[in-house]
Write a protein that binds this ligand. Structure first.
Ligand SMILES: [Zn+2]
Length: 269
C-alpha cells in the first residue's frame, strides 16, 4: 500500500515536471525554440515568420519591463529587417545578443531559435537589473543577405556611442546553443578577451578561436570586445533537419547558466 502511494506521488511529480509551471530555464527555452521553429524559415527581410518572431520577442521583452527599441537594418537587396533591442535602466554593462534570422529551407531551430530562446530566459532573470541590453539581431546569415558582415550586429554596435562601448563589461553572442557535445567560448582573438574570460570563469567550457562567424565579430571589430557561446558540432547546420526536437533543454540550460553567472560578475565589477 505504501509502495503504491509512493508510486502515485512520484508519478504526480513527474507529471508536474512535464507541465509548464515546474519547467526550469532550459525547459522553457526548449518550448520557445519549438514555437519559433514552428513558424517556418526566417530568412532576413522576407515577409512571414521572421516578422512574427520579431513581434513575439518584442512583446516578451516589454512584458518583462524592458524598454524596447526596433532598429532598422538595411539589406543589400533593398529590403530591410530589424534588431529587437531591450534596455533596462542605466548605461549598458552587459550586452547579450542572439540572431533571430535563419537560412532558407530550414526551421532554424538550433541556428538560432536556440540562442533567442536562451536570450529571453536571461532577460527574465535579469529583469529590473540596471545596465542590461539584450538584442535579437536581424541579418546575421550572410548566405541569405549576401553581405560580408553580420548586418544586425553592425547596426547594433553603431547605435552604442564609443564612450558607452567602453563601459560594457560583458558582450556575448548566443548562437547555436542546443545541439552538440562541446560547449565553446569563441572569439576572433588568439587569446580570450575580457568577455570570454568572464564566460570561461566556470568549468565545462573551453576557448576556441574563430574567423568571425557570428555577431560577436562585428561587436569586437567596433570596440566592444565580445565572445560567442556555442555548442558544437551540429550536423544539421543550415539544413532542413535543423528541427526543434533535436534541441536539448539541458544544453540550453547549461548555456543559460554560463551567461547568467558571467553577467552577475560583470554587473558587480
Ligand atoms: Zn547562427
Amino acid at each position: 500500500m505504501i509502495g503504491r502511494a509512493i508510486a502515485v506521488v512520484v508519478a504526480l511529480a513527474l507529471l508536474t515536471a512535464a507541465g509548464g509551471a515546474a519547467l526550469g530555464p532550459g525547459g522553457r527555452a526548449k518550448q520557445t525554440v519549438t514555437l519559433l521553429a514552428s513558424k517556418g524559415p526566417r530568412p532576413a527581410g522576407e515577409p512571414g515568420a521572421e516578422a512574427v518572431a520579431q513581434r513575439f520577442v518584442a512583446a516578451e521583452l516589454e512584458k518583462l519591463g524592458y524598454r524596447v527599441v526596433l532598429q532598422r537594418v538595411d539589406l543589400p537587396n533593398g529590403r530591410s529587417t530589424r534588431n529587437v533591442v531591450g534596455l533596462s535602466s542605466g548605461r549598458p554593462k552587459v550586452v547579450i545578443v542572439a540572431h533571430l534570422d535563419g537560412v532558407r529551407g530550414s526551421p532554424a531551430a538550433n541556428d538560432n531559435a536556440s540562442g533567442v530562446a536562451v536570450l529571453l530566459e536571461l532577460a527574465a532573470s535579469l529583469r529590473s537589473t540596471p545596465g542590461v541590453l539584450v538584442a535579437a539581431t536581424g541579418g546575421e546569415e550572410r548566405v541569405v543577405t549576401g553581405s560580408r558582415v553580420h548586418l544586425g550586429s553592425l547596426r547594433l554596435v553603431r547605435g552604442i556611442s564609443p564612450q558607452a562601448r567602453r563601459g560594457v563589461r560583458l558582450a556575448v553572442t548566443l548562437d547555436m546553443v542546443g545541439v552538440g557535445t562541446r560547449l565553446h567560448v569563441r572569439g576572433i582573438e588568439r587569446q580570450p578577451n575580457r568577455s570570454a574570460r568572464l564566460l570561461l570563469d566556470r568549468d565545462g567550457s573551453t576557448y576556441l578561436r574563430d574567423d568571425g562567424d557570428s555577431d560577436h565579430a562585428e561587436l569586437t571589430r567596433n570596440g566592444l570586445p565580445a565572445a560567442w557561446l556555442e555548442w558544437r558540432t551540429d550536423a544539421c547546420w543550415h539544413e532542413s533537419c535543423d528541427v526543434a526536437r533535436r534541441v536539448d533543454a539541458r544544453r540550453l540550460e547549461a548555456a543559460f547558466h554560463v551567461v547568467l553567472d558571467a553577467a552577475f560578475l560583470a554587473l558587480k565589477s
